[in-house]
Design a protein around this ligand. Sequence first.
Ligand SMILES: Nc1ncnc2c1ncn2[C@@H]1O[C@H](COP(=O)(O)OP(=O)(O)OP(=O)(O)O)[C@@H](O)[C@H]1O
Length: 590
Amino acid sequence: MSDQLSLVEKLSAAKRVALFRPLFTLGIISLSVVAALLEGIGLGFLLPIIQQARGDGQTSGIAEGFVWIYEVVGVPFTLEYIIAGVALVMTLRYAASFLVAWLRTMLRVQYVRDLQTRAYRNALDSRIAYFDEQGSDEILNAIVTQSREAGNAIMRLVRVVEQGFLSLVYVSVALYLAPILTLVAGGVLAGLTYLVRYRLESGYAVGDRVAESNERVQEVVQAGTQGIRDVKLFGLSERFFERFDTHVGTFARSKVTLQRNQAAIQNIYQLVTAVTVFVLIYFALEFASLSLAGLGVFLFAMFRLSPRISSLSTYLYRLESDFPHLIRTERLIDEMRASQESGESRASVPERIERVEAESLDFSYDGDEQVLEDVSYSVERGEFIAFVGPSGAGKSTIVSLLARMYEPDAGAIRADGTPIREFDIAEWREHLSVVRQNPYIFNDSLAYNVRVGNQDASKSEIERACELACVTEFLGELPEGYQTVLGDDGVRLSGGQKQRVALARALVRDVDFLLLDEATSDLDTNIEEAVHSGIESLDADHGLVVVAHRLSTVRNADRIYTMVDGRVEEVGTHEELLDAEGTYAELYSG
Ligand SMILES: Nc1ncnc2c1ncn2[C@@H]1O[C@H](COP(=O)(O)OP(=O)(O)OP(=O)(O)O)[C@@H](O)[C@H]1O
């Protein structure tokens, strides 16, 4: 990401924020304008108070307006009533400020929530290819951390407008009383702004470093925790820790720089404005023909203006530093939205599918290396087909395309004649049950993990699926049976036990096609055979698609497809392929 944003980019980022709940935001800004005006009115009260206190007896300028208002309301314009008036105006002013602070927090929290929900919703609906490309750590970081930082932008934008209006009120009062002096003071402040901006590193550049190091911290923490076993086994702890330390260090330094620059801006402004005020007093006394009351109000306005101007600059600086977080989060959300998997395919899937046919499928993950080339196959309900072949031949990819994890580059998969890409994707997947080689086990009970396959499954259906998948074989070892919590990614289970839980999860579904992608590769041969004969003997009339390395499990298949380098090299039954003495026969004997 570039170090600097152009003004147009900044404005467009600010516009994006401002357009979130514009009416609500406008309400807050209007209320802060009211607070600013009330502050101005409260300030204006000083004039008649001083005039009355000095016993001038006559009112002039701004004070005449107050006299008029008092007349309209029907209250005598005496010192007591003037003070009561100030009290009323100030009460309203601070009540408005309280409301503004409250609503501002609400706006910020709602904005963060909106960013987080949009990011998570879009992440869940994104294509797997997007996750492959982006990495889950960046997505996780955007949802959990980046969006919170980005949420500050909306609050600071409101504060910038608020402080801007307040400053405007004071500047107007000062301009009215002493235009030349105010313009001179304005010139000094403008020069100062230029100098500060010129000397300090931009808020955007520092904010970008914070965002970048945040991402790297997330990445290294995720790799270190999720891959903790390999980190230990390969002695990577020190290397990971060093990387973590570097990025946390950059994060900490950048945060300190941000706060330091903010404090510098605030204090430089306060110092210079304070000095300017005294210089102005000198000029006002020496050269301007101000009344004492006018001078009092002018100085008061200047003293109040000083912190406003420094807050304005500070908020502007911090707003700029929020932009990298905002832009990264919004960009990720945009990318995910553009990578939604469902797209326009909305046709509903027939209740019962009899046959799936794939014709001349070509596929590449990266648009470069061809993974599948001219692959055709078919499977009917009640049939059992299998894909075998060397590692990397493209077998799992065939299952992924059937489950629409990816879309083929050419060719089509049809279900009873309709291309599956036309179906609503979630509905299509309801007709399939897929078991992957490395299934994900949720950190919940065994019962929960099986029920994931079918929320409506009864207890006896779950028990039946567990029996078929040979989960019951190790159920006795689980301290709380079906209620045993299986740990983070099923850490309390062996690889083979995880596969059996995943199988039970798949078998508890009533589907048209069951796809097993090396689903029993970690089981010992006896259990694998028991599981396979259990599945094959099911009287449920689904089609069975099996990807296997161990050829013993596919002997009974109606058709075996031997894959080599992304192509179907031969098709036939176990006996036919053995007779053909091709790759299958070689794999079988070897
Ligand atoms: N998500 C991915 N992104 C990029 N390339 C991938 C991806 N998944 C697989 N590949 C590549 O596609 C090719 C086919 O992979 P696939 O997993 O389909 O093979 P396979 O026959 O199932 O292998 P194995 O028997 O080892 O599981 C391989 O070269 C692999 O490197």
